[in-house]
Design a protein around this ligand. Structure first.
Ligand SMILES: Cc1cc2nc3c(=O)[nH]c(=O)nc-3n(C[C@H](O)[C@H](O)[C@H](O)COP(=O)(O)OP(=O)(O)OC[C@H]3O[C@@H](n4cnc5c(N)ncnc54)[C@H](O)[C@@H]3O)c2cc1C
Length: 487
């Protein structure tokens, strides 16, 4: 088979970006800015759709984010990218209503002053814990701290031991579950709560004292932003600005160093010795080849493991240790009068020991002024924590029914939906286990040893959109620096 050659294009370099989620798209856009109009940037996405975990659908006629719905604005990258793309006037912030938490069969306001559920002050969480749980937490500073500076443990192991099971099940699990679709017992402290790990390293003698040290002073201004017409606008704007060659529905199956072809030899012996890359993509029955000067991988950990196998074995093995969690989001459009029953909150996080199927609800129309559809009330239910597959193996009608049952149990809202949408996020969120920072260091150093190869994405330094954009920028800069050196 004759490979499609994008390599050695006169007047420009060729780069393949693999993965069309927010990381791959942001990286492709940054590459365009760094390499100029002549570079040939091919973005290859395995599924028929761009955006990955960012997806805006229509729910009862309103644009509705059924994957990621918001981005932190206290980190600059996502908001800055939106502004750079001319979407600054699309950025909106949540209304002042706060979230609630379901714990011990009661639904109460979620305590605000905790570090991902770890409280500094027992009084702050008194409404969430039982008397026994509260007494256990109050006694914590008196129990000897077991902590080895520099070490990593599961969040649950540390917090259960020092603060009691209820703090994990009623506070930490709901909050960590919201970000990672994971459980405190499997997520590593150093990657998910780095501030707390750092304070313990510095010698704070109890978990509560470390939490007190880490809690930021209450700051004015919004924490999150969203886009009025949906985060899909960011995807569209990135595609427009990046001027890409797009290959959709074309999973990359293999990556290898490109054999040197005399016609492609460059003036520079350094570049010749590097040879560039060959990708095999498309269906297994009729694969296609693409030759490029550089490759940027922005795919989830399982795909990263496969594509790095044979190229950077240490990175491939390390990527293979990163688990992924699957989840489902159900968006419901309810008749507007359901608002009379719905609590005045932005949503409800659900403790991991509660007898409910969902792990969280967002009352979208309460949380976001822009999500107040015409005559409807938009509500989103999320299901699935790492390792929980049975809840997700139901058909759409069963998932909608399960979410409605939970909504009724939590709020009394029983109205028949006017519209519903179900999105399955198979393997959508990486799990940062204890030792994750070492795993990432192994991936990044093994990839850095390969000229013209870079990685980005949620597997690395944070699952939130701003963190993904930061890895995309860094990876694009690495590729651009390599191409400039090789010229
Ligand atoms: C349900 C849900 C809700 C979330 N909510 C928020 C939120 O509100 N705020 C926030 O900041 N973050 C949120 N996140 C996290 C955030 O959305 C993701 O971490 C981020 O979007 C990941 O982007 P990515 O590009 O790294 O990976 P992905 O979005 O997973 O994209 C990777 C892409 O690579 C493609 N791919 C895989 N293998 C191959 C291959 N071999 N060849 C070609 N293509 C391939 C996939 O099809 C996919 O499109 C949420 C995540 C989920 C799942």
């Amino acid at each position: 088979m004759t490979p499609t050659s994008a390599a050695g294009m006169p007047g420009g370099s060729s780069v393949a970006v693999v993965g069309g989620g927010i990381s791959g798209l942001a990286a492709a856009y940054r590459l365009r800015r760094l390499l100029g109009p002549e570079a040939r940037i091919t973005l290859i996405e395995g599924s028929p759709r761009l955006g990955g975990a960012v997806r805006t659908v229509e729910l009862a006629g309103t644009p509705y984010d059924i994957g990621a719905e918001a981005f932190l604005v206290r980190r600059p990258e996502a908001a800055a990218l939106a502004s750079e793309l001319g979407l600054g006037d699309q950025v909106v912030h949540p209304t002042p209503v706060g979230p609630m938490v379901r714990a011990g069969g009661r639904t109460v306001a979620l305590p605000r002053r905790t570090v991902m559920g770890v409280p500094a002050d027992p009084g702050e969480v008194a409404a969430v814990l039982s008397q026994r749980g509260l007494a256990r937490l109050a006694a914590e500073p008196g129990t000897p701290l077991r902590w080895e500076p520099g070490a990593d443990v599961a969040v649950g192991q540390l917090v259960r031991r020092h603060c009691g099971d209820e703090v994990v099940e009623r506070l930490v699990d709901p909050l960590l579950g919201g970000v990672y679709a994971g459980r405190a017992d499997a997520l590593g402290l150093r990657a998910t709560l780095p501030g707390l790990a750092g304070a313990l390293d510095r010698g704070f003698g109890s978990v509560r004292a470390a939490a007190a040290e880490v809690l930021p002073p209450a700051a004015p201004g919004p924490v999150f932003g969203a886009l009025r017409d949906g985060l899909g606008r960011l995807v569209d704007a990135l595609v427009d600005a990046a001027a890409l060659v797009l290959r959709l529905g074309a999973p990359v199956r293999a990556l290898s160093r490109r054999p040197l072809v005399s016609g492609h030899a460059s003036r520079d012996s350094n570049r010749q010795s590097q040879g560039g890359w060959r990708l095999e993509l498309g269906s297994a029955a009729a694969p296609e080849h693409l030759d490029v000067d550089a490759v940027l991988l922005a795919v989830p950990a399982p795909a990263l493991r496969r594509l790095l196998d044979g190229i950077a074995p240490a990175a491939s093995t390390a990527a293979g240790t990163v688990g992924v969690a699957s989840s489902v989001v159900v968006g419901l459009a309810l008749p507007a009068d359901a608002a009379e029953t719905l609590p005045a909150a932005s949503g409800v996080l659900i403790g991991s020991a509660e007898p409910l199927t969902a792990k969280a609800f967002t009352f979208s129309s309460r949380k976001w002024a822009h999500a107040r559809g015409d005559g409807v009330l938009l509500v989103r239910g999320s299901l699935g924590r790492h390792g929980e597959v049975s809840a997700l193996q139901r058909d759409d009608a069963e998932l909608v029914a399960a979410v409605r049952d939970d909504l009724a149990a939590l709020t009394g809202v029983t109205a028949e939906p006017i519209d519903a949408v179900v999105a399955r996020w198979g393997g959508g969120l990486p799990q940062y286990a204890p030792g994750h920072l070492d795993t990432v260091a192994t991936i990044e150093s093994a990839v850095a040893a390969q000229p013209g190869l870079a990685v980005a994405g949620a597997t690395l330094h944070g699952v939130g959109i701003p963190a993904c954009v930061a890895t995309a920028d860094a990876a694009a800069e690495r590729i651009a620096a390599h191409l400039h050196r090789a010229r």
